[in-house]
Ligand binder design. Structure first.
Ligand code: PAF
Length: 280
């Protein structure tokens, strides 16, 4: 695995492969890798000749009171994991190489950022859209891999790729869960032992909501009320429980043939998200 810090060097190295007809798969991350990330890496390995992983904790996607500074980092461990999974290039850009002095390509995340986490984390999706476009312009991947835990992010990136007519296939991979159902996330590491137990309630409430739909309930307010009642004993704050159209992310009042149930809430001071797609 080659570790490259300079965008120019990475672009140069990859363009040599592209000229020889090789396909490039790209997994952008913020590091502190877990099995969810490694699932994306392995999928990229299967589908491409060259696999590139980036680690960059992107400051522009964190709000002023969010956890940018304390976001977990362990580069030594990440490198080991990526080497074990036969990654070809690890891209470790500096902040100034991603955002040079006169950088002005701030990207509007589009209408999909109006829902779910968008209003709760102002500026977050603009930061994600901006960094992802910048990374795509450096790597020019054939395929890019994202996790379904960040469902809204993936949808927003699919739309971004279409809007800028980038010849990139966005692959969204299933959520990888711990044995008790908690969706894997770098932020799980903030949880105390007690909080870790409480955090199970996210997936439990999604499963209960799904069960209620399968039993024939179609009224979204009834389903939300039930999901809330599963969460409330365990959580300090619920940001939202929403049932939305899986494509447009618009809130639903009645369950349709496909519905995304999405939750964001705080366990202690840690904000967690999770979701489930239900087809009826
Ligand atoms: O999902 C993430 O880890 C980040 O939002 C991403 C896509 C790497 C952009 O910083």
């Amino acid at each position: 695995m080659r570790v490259i810090k300079s965008p120019e060097h990475l672009s140069e190295a990859l363009s040599r492969f592209r000229k020889r007809g090789k396909q490039v798969g790209f997994v952008p991350t913020m590091g502190y890798l877990h099995e969810g990330h490694l699932f994306l890496v392995r999928r990229a390995r299967k589908e491409n000749d060259i696999v590139v992983v980036s680690i960059f904790v992107n400051p522009t996607q964190f709000g002023p009171h969010e956890d940018f500074k304390r976001y977990p980092r362990d580069l030594k461990r990440d490198r080991k994991l990526l080497r074990r999974d036969h990654v070809d290039y690890l891209f470790l850009p500096s902040r100034s190489s991603i955002y040079p002095k006169y950088f002005n390509d701030v990207v509007d995340p589009g209408p999909l950022a109006r829902y779910l986490c968008g209003p709760k984390r102002p500026g977050h999706f603009r930061g994600v859209a901006t960094v992802v476009k910048r990374l795509f312009r450096i790597v020019h991947p054939d395929r890019a891999y994202f996790g379904e835990k960040d469902y809204q992010q993936s949808r927003m990136i699919e739309a971004l790729v279409q809007r800028f007519r980038m010849p990139i296939k966005v692959r969204t991979c299933p959520i990888v869960r711990e044995k008790d159902g908690l969706a894997m996330s770098s932020r799980n590491r903030y949880l105390s032992r007690r909080e870790r137990i409480s955090a199970r309630s996210l997936y439990q409430s999604l499963l209960q909501a799904k069960k209620l739909i399968r039993a024939g309930e179609r009224d979204v307010s009834v389903i939300k009320k039930m999901a809330r009642s599963v969460l409330l004993p365990y959580l300090s704050k619920i940001d939202y429980i929403e049932l939305v159209d899986p494509d447009q992310l618009t809130p639903l009042r009645k369950v349709q043939s496909r519905v995304l149930i999405a939750i964001a809430c705080y366990v202690g001071s840690t904000r967690l998200i999770d979701n489930i797609l239900v087809k009826v």
